[in-house]
Design a binder for this molecule. Structure first.
Ligand code: PAF
Length: 289
């Protein structure tokens, strides 16, 4: 526990203010890092800030709950918000600037441009949330162009999102290094997520089974097990654990997210990815094979 509270975190609300600060740092020869977030910050986000601080002299965290990546039936309106608490946590973690723009700064009147990343964004989350990656790619492209960082850090928790962003940055020659940060987990292995706050006490216990079942599946595949039987076994295990609906639990090529199997995965770099529901809460997670 620190005795002295850290100084209040400067906040930029406009692109002009953000750029002024970033260009001033650049003029001093400092390296700049960006950590994009939607707020409701937890230890997982703060670990991204700490990782950014290892590669950059100054770290900007953006806080913007991006309406374009939510479908009308999803939780945009109820998504947890608390800028003051987020700012206090960020100051403590060593962040140098909070960029918290109004929606009109990101989506000016008449906004008509969308970034589409095909291929890697098509399966899994892309099938279940068709609007999601268009919304993410567009806002992340804007945040990168607005802040022109040297590095930007994204969590591996949203693994497909990370691959989509890597693809977009490569394809558009955006001059930034993308760093993937390992997933932070609770004691039972549940991946930290802002949406875990929606879980009841009973659901929270069941939620801890997700990563255990995924890790078992990864071990089976690494030992040469067939993809089709490993996936079917994991589906059954999730249902038996109490997940009321399972969107997918699949093994995919770790970069392209192309399907593998139906037999053993062989030498392909592979990742197990899953999305499953507990009541109205959707959990996603992934583990390396
Ligand atoms: O991962 C998130 O929090 C969001 O999808 C991101 C990258 C900040 C874009 O809105």
């Amino acid at each position: 526990m620190s005795l002295a509270s850290p100084p209040a975190l400067p906040v930029a609300r406009t692109v002009a203010d953000l750029r002024w600060q970033v260009f001033a740092w650049r003029a001093e020869g400092l390296k700049v890092g960006l950590v994009p977030t939607m707020g409701a910050l937890h230890e997982g986000h703060l670990s991204l800030v700490r990782l950014a601080l290892q590669s950059a002299d100054r770290v900007v965290v953006s806080l913007f709950v991006n309406p374009a990546q939510f479908a009308p039936h999803e939780d945009f309106a109820s998504y947890p918000r608390g800028e003051d608490q987020d700012a206090a946590l960020l100051a403590e973690a060593g962040c140098h600037l909070l960029y918290a723009p109004d929606a009109s700064e990101i989506y000016p009147p008449g906004f008509a441009t969308t970034v589409t990343v095909s291929g890697v964004s098509a399966p899994l989350e892309g099938e279940r949330r068709p609007q999601f990656f268009g919304g993410v790619a567009t806002v992340v492209a804007k945040l990168l162009i607005q802040s022109s960082p040297d590095v930007a850090v994204f969590g591996e928790k949203d693994y497909q999102q990370l691959q989509v962003i890597r693809r977009m940055v490569r394809d558009l020659d955006l001059p930034v290094e993308i760093i993937g940060a390992p997933t932070r987990r609770a004691d039972d292995g549940l991946a930290l997520s802002s949406r875990n706050a929606y879980l009841s006490a009973e659901q929270r216990v069941t939620a801890g089974r997700l990563n255990v079942i995924m890790a078992e599946m990864a071990r089976t595949l690494a030992a040469g097990g067939a993809v089709n039987t490993a996936e079917a076994g994991a589906m059954d295990a999730l249902a038996a654990a109490g997940f009321n609906s399972i969107d997918y639990i699949e093994v995919r090529h770790a970069e392209t997210l192309a399907a593998l199997g139906p037999g053993p995965i062989g030498e392909a770099p592979a990742r197990v990815l899953a999305a499953a529901w507990l009541g109205k809460t959707r959990l996603i997670d992934n583990v390396a094979v």
